[in-house]
Design a protein around this ligand. Structure first.
Ligand SMILES: [Fe+2]
Length: 245
């Protein structure tokens, strides 16, 4: 009798399980907001709703940026200049970073080549080789990532960078060595700080990978430039002022 009673109790409990599961499902469906699916992704017609956690909360990104017009692969996903793409959210800071990496290659590769013809120091020539190698690889990556993320990147270095190349073109020997080491060391010191900001704040996996690669390249360039022994205290002070203001 006792065994039969226990068996009956077990059967009763088992019979209740589907009822409890059904109640749980109904409750969780009722908690979802209209127009969303599990995970909080906005649906068509849910304009103005940014994916949770996708937009910067500190107001650091520009309020207006025309981000949605910048690339065909991107769709406007935020009111703060961030763009939601199939590869994740891309902020204005992320976009500026890709542009800066592209522009670095556009003047550093010519600078590296000039070092092979105009430099007298072997350490400067070696640094030039590192610039050519590093930025050839990084440039390939930046073009790929910009295409995926729908970010427009330039085909020309900035006017300032073009001016630096012109300055180096006009110099030879020891004079070239000094100009090369200081211009490039100053520029790398400044972008090194930018990479930290981007890596620290980006929400995008491709930008994280890009920042990692750029960090390694810039670190290598900082070191080979310092190895020339030609970087002035004035150059370090210039970088300090730029990154702390
Ligand atoms: Fe570099």
């Amino acid at each position: 009798m006792r065994t039969a009673a226990i068996a009956l109790a077990i059967v009763a409990v088992l019979a209740l399980i589907p009822v409890l599961i059904n109640l749980q499902t109904t409750s969780s469906q009722a908690n979802q907001e209209p127009g969303t699916v599990a995970g909080g992704l906005p649906q068509a017609g849910d304009q103005g709703t940014a994916p949770q956690g996708s937009a910067p909360q500190d107001g650091s990104a520009p309020q207006q940026g025309g981000a949605a017009q910048e690339g065909g692969a991107a769709q406007d996903g935020s009111a703060q200049g961030a763009t939601s793409t199939s590869a994740g959210t891309v902020t204005e800071v992320d976009k500026k970073f890709l542009v800066a990496v592209r522009q670095a290659g556009l003047w550093e590769i010519p600078a590296g080549r000039l070092a092979q013809t105009n430099a007298s120091s072997e350490a400067v020539k070696r640094a030039g080789h590192h610039l050519i190698d590093g930025h050839s690889k990084l440039d390939q990556l930046v073009r790929e990532d910009a295409k995926i993320l729908g970010v427009q990147i330039p085909d020309e270095a900035t006017e300032e960078q073009q001016g630096w190349v012109a300055q180096m073109k006009a110099a030879k020997g020891a004079e070239f060595d000094k100009i090369f080491a200081n211009l490039l060391r100053a520029s790398h010191g400044k972008i090194f700080a930018t990479i930290g900001e981007v890596r620290g704040s980006t929400q995008n996996d491709l930008i994280r990978r890009h920042a990692r690669q750029a960090n390694q390249t810039v670190m290598d360039h900082l070191e080979v430039l310092e190895d020339t022994g030609l970087v002035d205290a004035k150059t370090f002070a210039e970088v300090e002022e730029a990154v702390t203001k």
